[in-house]
Design a protein around this ligand. Structure first.
Ligand code: OOB
Length: 552
């Protein structure tokens, strides 16, 4: 262990390793950690410019919130949550689509210091059940229905199975649960909120193991990534940001996202769907200046821009990230949308890299940017952990003022996911250019990146293994022109088992209650898996077989 890295201790109340004191002092002294909280930030903005528009929820019937309204509504909701016994440090699983209710709920929880656990709208019983039980959540917040799915029925099941879960709050028709609209009350006497160094929320990791990990972010560290992103992306009070990707994901939340825009006093517009038919008319109507997209969506928008009759001329900056953006596609975006491109390579665990607005055009299309902070420490190492030579490929390790030092309640996993001196092993293979920009070359972690949506093969394998006809399974990525990667499940059936059709297996996986993006795109039945020298299943062998397999 190096001299500047004292042993990490788990701080009581944080349930995770945190920054050693001298790092925390350094980050404060450098002005990165400003001693703000999310709740306090909104309060200050509401005092400074109460009548500016903070939020627009276009559907249905276009609702707007001024900063004063958002602040007051968050206060009243916070008071109502507190009156129902939700207290500082409690975990609350929030699964809401891109609506004003999502932002109100999250700020209400921030204000009392309860920790939102950010589920995605696509999550189903497997994921939600796990988040609620692992986080020992006291409440779960849902829409009534979304995309044709009734979240109330799912909540009923999860509540019955989770002893800690006392409340289900529903935006819309509550059914047997509590209507979110019945919660707000007079804010007088709401308990004091959190301190800046305390936890603000738990974000989800993309995951490489059977169960997703929870990422503990503090007010201090996350707000640094927010205002740091604002400076790099030119966010100011005139910015009108369209939240296209699920608002609960780290990218549209803070890169620079809706939090960045609220920090700067601009306007966040919540987009109900990512398709050009939904988003383009909103760009025209709301004079959107900035948005963030994953690469497959950026491709669709690039194509659609040529055909559209909508006026997209307000659009100034489009951020693309979450998965590798091909150079060819990156080259076409700015001319097609008549905007500036910024690539972003980030992770919910912390480190975020951006190409800069004044980078030369070739750097913008060929690299994934450089870190937000001068104090983001980057190491690029070989398999043995030694630094590679300048410009060479290697494993990206990072440590810094907004990169976590450990997952929440996961000491065993933390022992391998972090080095002894606190560097996070990102699992990404990168090289660094002479200008300090990173180029993502691949991935060493066992994870599939399906157009920005991360899938842990083991999680899907565990579900498929529950099928009575399945003897063994291995889920791997196959290259895909549109999504970058799709999933392929290689399945060995039990001897004597009835033949199983691929559609039947997919139906089985879906019926177990899992996010639709995790259902294997392709299923192939095989007699055996390739083995490594010591008799383990060779995922590498399967991946290269998959890459050459006829697609079906
Ligand atoms: C973002 O966050 P996560 O936590 O969903 O996923 C992080 C992982 C990275 O470790 C990397 O494997 C991959 O997603 N990734 C990229 C990428 N951006 C993320 N791979 C290649 N090129 C890129 N530009 O995905 C995320 C968080 C904040 C901002 C943007 C993305």
């Amino acid at each position: 262990m190096s001299a500047d890295a004292p042993a990490l201790a788990t701080t009581p109340g944080l349930d995770a390793p945190t920054w050693p004191a001298e790092f925390a002092e350094r980050y404060r002294a450098a002005g990165y950690w400003r001693g703000e909280t999310f709740g306090g930030m909104l309060r200050e903005r509401a005092a400074a410019h109460p009548d500016r528009t903070a939020l627009i929820d276009p559907a249905p019937g276009r609702r707007t919130w001024t900063y004063r309204e958002l602040d007051e509504r968050a206060d009243r909701l916070a008071a109502g949550f507190a009156a129902r016994g939700i207290a500082k440090g409690d975990r609350v699983v929030v699964q809401l689509p891109n609506t004003g209710a999502f932002i109100e709920v999250v700020f209400a929880l921030f204000r009392i210091g309860a920790l939102p656990v950010f589920a995605l709208p696509a999550h189903r019983e497997t994921e939600i059940g796990y988040f609620c039980s692992f986080a020992e959540a006291t409440a779960y917040v849902i829409p009534d229905t979304h995309g044709g799915f009734d979240h109330r029925a799912l909540a009923t099941k999860v509540k019955a199975a989770t002893p800690s879960l006392r409340h289900v709050f529903v935006a819309g028709d509550p059914g047997e649960h509590t209507a979110l609209s019945d919660v707000p009350c007079d804010p007088a006497g709401t308990p004091d909120g959190p301190e800046p160094h305390e936890l603000a929320f738990l974000q989800l990791s993309g995951g490489t193991t059977g169960v997703p990990k929870l990422i503990p972010r503090t007010h201090d560290d996350y707000l640094y990534s927010v205002w740091g992103s604002n400076e790099i992306c030119g966010v100011d009070a005139g910015t009108r940001f369209l939240v296209v990707l699920p608002a609960a994901h780290n990218f549209p939340m803070s890169s620079p996202g809706w939090l960045g825009v609220l920090y700067a006093g601009g306007t966040a517009v919540l987009c109900p769907g990512p398709d050009p038919a939904t988003a383009f008319p909103l760009i025209e109507r709301e004079r959107i200046t900035m948005t963030g997209l994953v690469p497959p969506l950026a491709l669709v928008w690039t194509e659609a821009a040529a055909e559209t009759r909508c006026d997209l001329s307000s659009l100034d900056v489009v951020l693309v990230g979450g998965a590798k953006y091909s150079q060819e596609a990156a080259r076409r975006l700015a001319p097609a949308l008549d905007c500036r491109l910024q690539q972003v390579f980030g992770m919910a665990e912390g480190l975020v890299n951006y190409t800069r607005l004044d980078d030369d055009p070739e750097t913008v299309v060929t690299t994934q940017g450089r870190p937000i902070s001068p104090d983001d420490e980057i190491r690029i190492v070989d398999d043995a952990g030694h630094e590679v030579e300048e410009g060479g490929f290697g494993h990206l390790l990072t440590r810094g003022p907004y990169t976590i030092r450990g997952y929440w309640r996961a000491p065993e996993h933390n022992a391998t996911a972090f080095t002894e001196d606190g560097f996070y092993r990102t699992g990404d293979i990168v090289r660094r250019t002479a200008t300090g920009h990173l180029v993502v070359e691949g991935r060493a972690k066992d994870q599939i990146n399906r157009g920005g949506e991360k899938i842990a093969p083991e999680e899907v394998e565990n579900i498929i293994l529950a099928h009575p006809a399945v003897h063994d399974v291995c889920v791997v990525a196959v290259p895909d022109a549109y999504l970058g990667e799709r999933t392929l499940a290689y399945v060995i059936l039990r001897t004597g088992a009835e033949p199983l059709k691929s559609v039947a297996l997919k139906r089985f996986v879906r019926a177990r209650g899992i996010a639709a993006y995790k259902v294997p795109d392709l299923v192939e039945f095989v007699d055996a898996f390739p083995q490594t020298g010591i008799g383990k299943v060779s995922k590498k062998g399967l991946r290269s077989a998959a890459a050459t397999t006829e697609q079906h």
